[in-house]
Design a protein around this ligand. Structure first.
Ligand code: NAD
Length: 484
């Protein structure tokens, strides 16, 4: 049972069906003996409409900081411009680095093609292409920066192994694209292997994201825990949720080192708000993840098993009611009472939940700083250029005239080598990457790249950006041009 001291949790009742499903959830948690001190916070539509662009009442931050957990009902994002996504603000401001989403089939009570699937998708939540660093650079070209960091990768991978261990799961699979993105996804893959070595009790493997996603969609029952970076995880977690046939029943966690957020994955369902017919299951399963996170595994197990028993007894709300398997159609209150009445019971057909003896996953990290030698070898200068019929020989001549002490090594267009000895068939945009290094490959002074840029600008080259070329501990920290 829970400790004598109540555990404080911040609670946002949300919009639409939010308050109905939150009341149902809290009622079940209380009946299960969760002993929580509920501290309400205001988020959502009303706060937006008071003119707060984030939709988060200023007083909510302190409450979240003090409690370390937020149980959040879905909110309605008002239509029209000027409103910031509340979920993105919470994720970025609170450093919620891990999105944890279990995708579980409840066959035969909820229809699915994959009756035995039970996949836990753990998605990195803060970096990758979602850092929001985008630029238009030329008439034709835009870019988005993909940032993969060692500490970010280490946190998410370690969390995946901790969660696997806490839940008694057997294998963690990383999804990467390191055959193409050798430096960024290569770092994620390398960190995955390093961290995996510290968890010999858990199997691990890596798959390339394209074939991995295809296999997940085809045979999700073959996967256990999946860990991946932000964009891949965004896509893959939606695929797995959909495959269960029960998106409306799924909960999720957004975990940070200081604060963690637990919720349903569905929205505020304004179409059925106030009718008392909403299914509280998604939020309830989100709260089960919260209890496990708080180290209240015994209560988490009791709530989860009572819920599974209710589903298996065919007591269903309208959204999942199916005359061929359901026994009784209930509203929110009826469903809540059915779960409470089954506290202490375990399901007979569905696999029972087991959290009782398991530790909460560890979310504090002892990250090691890296101090490798770093030498500057040259610079990639990106130029906006469409003169001379876009003939790279013309551009090369102009660049080489001012290159010394560097020499122009290669010019690429969208990553493909076009000089020297490019192919006439290669399509060329107005965006050129021009690589300058010394012929002997020796390091240069920082000042040398700045001086080069000045000479190029004076020679009429439209320099749009530069990327320094470094060697770290003797290893080249930049990709080779395709065809080089
Ligand atoms: P939705 O998930 O709210 O609803 C989609 C459909 O599923 C509707 O027909 C709805 O009635 C039904 N449904 C959803 N949850 C249900 C439940 N618990 N019980 C029974 N039926 C349920 O998606 P939407 O209509 O696209 O979005 C509505 C609002 O929710 C929007 O303002 C959106 O921005 C917001 N939203 C919030 C969150 C969040 O707070 N985390 C997530 C997604 C959407």
């Amino acid at each position: 049972m829970s400790s004598a001291q109540p555990t404080p949790v911040a609670v946002a009742h949300g919009d639409g069906i939010g308050p109905e499903i939150m009341d149902a959830t809290l009622q079940i948690l209380e009946a299960a003996g969760a002993n929580l001190e509920v501290r309400p916070v205001r988020l959502g539509k009303a706060v937006y409409e008071e003119g707060v662009p984030s939709g988060i009442d200023a007083s909510a931050w302190d409450v979240m900081r003090e409690t370390g957990v937020l149980l959040k009902a879905p909110i309605t994002t008002p239509r029209g411009g000027g409103y910031k996504s509340l979920n993105v603000t919470l994720r970025k401001t609170l450093g919620l680095f891990a999105n944890v989403r279990p995708s579980v089939a409840y066959h035969p009570f909820v229809k699915t093609l994959h009756p035995s699937m039970n996949v836990l998708v753990i998605r990195e939540n803060e970096e990758d292409l979602y850092a929001g660093i985008e630029h238009r650079q030329t008439q034709e070209v835009t870019q988005c920066l993909k940032l993969i960091t060692r500490p970010g990768s280490e946190k998410i991978v370690r969390y995946a192994f901790e969660e696997a261990r806490a839940q008694g799961r057997k294998r963690v699979t990383a999804l990467v694209k390191d055959n193409i993105m050798k430096i960024t996804d290569g770092l994620f893959a390398q960190v995955f292997e390093e961290v995996a070595a510290e968890y010999p009790d858990i199997e691990h493997d890596q798959m390339i994201i394209d074939i991995g996603a295809a296999r997940l969609a085809d045979t999700p029952e073959a996967f256990d825990v999946v860990v991946t970076s932000n964009l891949y995880g965004d896509i893959v977690s939606d695929i797995t949720a959909q495959l269960t046939g029960s998106v409306g029943l799924a909960g999720s966690a957004n975990v940070g080192e200081h604060v963690s957020l637990f919720e349903a994955i569905h929205g505020s369902a304004p179409d059925i708000a106030g009718q008392g017919i909403a299914n509280p299951s998604g939020l309830l399963l989100g709260s089960v993840m919260m209890l496990q996170h708080l180290g209240l595994g015994d209560v988490a197990e009791r709530v989860h098993n009572a819920w599974l028993t209710t589903i298996e007894d065919g007591v269903h709300t309208g959204d999942i009611y199916d005359a061929s398997v359901s026994q009784e159609r209930v509203n929110t209150t009826g469903f809540t009472e059915a779960v409470v009445a089954r506290l202490g019971q375990e399901p007979k057909k569905l696999a029972p939940a087991r959290y009782g003896q398991q530790p909460a996953p560890r979310v504090k990290f002892d990250l090691k700083a890296t101090h490798e030698t770093k030498e500057l070898l040259g610079v990639d200068v990106f130029a906006d250029w469409s003169e001379g019929d876009r003939n790279p020989d013309v551009l090369a001549e102009r660049l080489n005239a001012v290159a010394a002490p560097f020499r122009l090594q290669v010019i690429t267009n969208r990553g493909v080598k076009v000089w020297p000895q490019g192919m006439p068939e290669t399509f060329k945009t107005d965006h050129w990457r021009c690589r300058f290094m010394r012929d002997d490959g020796e390091p240069v002074e920082r000042r040398a790249v700045v001086d080069l840029q000045a000479r190029l600008v004076d020679a009429g080259v439209d320099v749009i950006k530069t990327e320094n070329l470094y060697r770290f501990a003797g290893v080249q920290g930049f990709s080779q041009a395709q065809g080089q």
